[in-house]
Design a protein around this ligand. Sequence first.
Ligand SMILES: [Zn+2]
Length: 157
Amino acid sequence: MTGKTHLIGGIIACQAADIFLFQNEGQIGYYAAGLIGALIPDICHTHSKIGRRLPVLSKIVSTLFGHRTFTHSLLFLLLINLLFLYFFPEQEGLRLGFLIGMISHYILDALTVRGIRLLYPATFRFRLARFRTGGVIESILLGVLVLTICFLYIGFQ
Ligand SMILES: [Zn+2]
């Protein structure tokens, strides 16, 4: 999926979790972390939104792991969780927002033809559908996601 879809997906995932799991306690930092978490898995792609902003790191990750492998896996999710717990133990909101954003990224990429290597280093590719990145279906999905954000905002404020 494109960066735009991942950003919208990250917002809606954080919004839904905030409403249904956290009783609307999400602060601005929670949502900001969710947006970054929604983009960070694509650090493995040098032309992605996050890859263009961190070109050296993106090139290193891309060279070491390739696209949609380690950074789209449960292993990476666990590693990020442990890093947050170790370095920012008091920042529960940031950690949860970041992880929720990452999970939304995984789900959206699992809808594409390429899928993700969720169980990396195993080579199995996890897919929920076979949509083409940047295709018509993604545009429709993006519209549905935006409408869902509006619905959640109006319906649960
Ligand atoms: Zn991705």
